[in-house]
Design a protein around this ligand. Structure first.
Ligand code: FPP
Length: 233
C-alpha cells in the first residue's frame, strides 16, 4: 500500500480538493437514469477519501452540490437532495468512525430542515480539532464565498486579506495544495476559488464513479514530483 512514510512532507499535499464530475454520463452510458450515477458517485467517496488519508493527506474537500446545480431540472435537484438526506449520515458515520472530522462549506439554509439537522448532528460529533478533515461543499459557490467573506470583513471594520481569509467557510483549513477534477472537463467551475490560488491542477477523463485508488495514488505521486514556486523563483 502506498504510504506517506517514505516521502518528504512537502511531497504530500495537505489539502486535496475533488470535483466529482461525470456521474450523469456514467449513468447514461449504462442506459440508467442520471440519479443512478449520483448514487454510484456517493459509494465512491469513502474509499477514495480513505486512500487519500492513508497516503498522508490531511484534508479532502469535495464539491458535492454547487450553487449552480440548483438550476438543473427539478427532478434531478430533488434526487440530489434526497441522496444527501439518505446517504450523508451513513457516509460520514463511516469516516468519523475512522477518526475523521466532517465539516461543511456553503449556504446550508437552502436545504430542508431535516437535512440541515443531519448536518448539525454531524458537526456536533467533531470533538478532535486536529483530526483529518473531510470538507463537503453543499450549495457552495466560490464567488459567493468570497463576497460573503468580504462583507463580513467590511462589517468588522477592515477589508484585508487576513480578515477575508478568517471569514471563509474554510477559515480553519489550509489552502488547497491540489485539485483533482474527474469527467474530462478542464475548469474549476466556481470551486474554492480563493483557496485554489496556488493549487496544482489535475484533470482526468475518468468519470467519478470509476475513479479509484490506483489513479488517485498515481496523481498524488505526480503532485510530489511537481515544483511549487508560489510566484517566486
Ligand atoms: C457532477 O456530475 C456531480 C454532481 C453535480 C453531484 C456530485 C454529488 C455526489 C457525488 C453526491 C453528493 C452526496 C453526498 C451524500 C455527499 P454531473 O451530474 O455533472 O455529471 P455529467 O457531467 O456526466 O452530467
Amino acid at each position: 500500500m502506498a504510504s506517506g512514510d517514505d516521502k518528504s512532507a512537502s511531497a504530500i499535499p495537505r489539502h486535496v480538493g475533488i470535483i466529482m464530475d461525470g456521474n450523469g454520463r456514467w449513468a447514461t452510458k449504462r442506459l440508467l437514469p442520471r440519479p443512478a450515477g449520483h448514487r454510484a458517485g456517493v459509494k465512491n467517496i469513502t474509499p477514495v477519501i480513505e486512500s487519500a488519508f492513508d497516503y498522508g493527506v490531511h484534508c479532502v474537500s469535495l464539491y458535492a452540490f454547487s450553487t449552480e446545480n440548483k438550476a438543473r431540472p427539478e427532478s434531478e435537484v430533488n434526487a440530489l437532495v434526497d441522496l444527501i438526506r439518505k446517504r450523508l449520515r451513513p457516509m460520514t458515520r463511516e469516516l468519523i468512525a475512522r477518526g475523521a472530522k466532517v465539516v461543511f462549506s456553503g449556504d446550508i439554509s437552502y436545504f430542508p430542515e431535516d437535512v440541515r439537522r443531519i448536518m448539525s448532528e454531524i458537526c456536533a460529533e467533531n470533538t478532535d480539532k486536529t483530526a483529518k478533515t473531510v470538507n463537503i461543499a453543499l450549495d457552495y459557490g466560490g464567488r459567493e464565498e468570497i463576497v460573503r467573506a468580504a462583507r463580513l470583513a467590511a462589517a468588522s471594520g477592515e477589508i484585508t486579506d487576513s480578515r477575508i481569509r478568517a471569514n471563509l467557510y474554510t477559515s480553519e483549513l489550509p489552502d488547497l495544495d491540489m485539485i483533482i477534477r474527474t469527467g474530462g472537463e478542464k475548469r474549476l467551475s466556481n470551486f474554492m476559488l480563493y483557496q485554489a490560488a496556488y493549487s496544482e491542477l489535475f484533470f482526468t477523463d475518468t468519470l467519478w464513479p470509476d475513479f479509484g485508488k490506483a489513479e488517485l495514488i498515481s496523481i498524488l505521486n505526480e503532485y510530489g514530483s511537481r515544483t511549487r514556486r508560489f510566484g517566486k523563483l
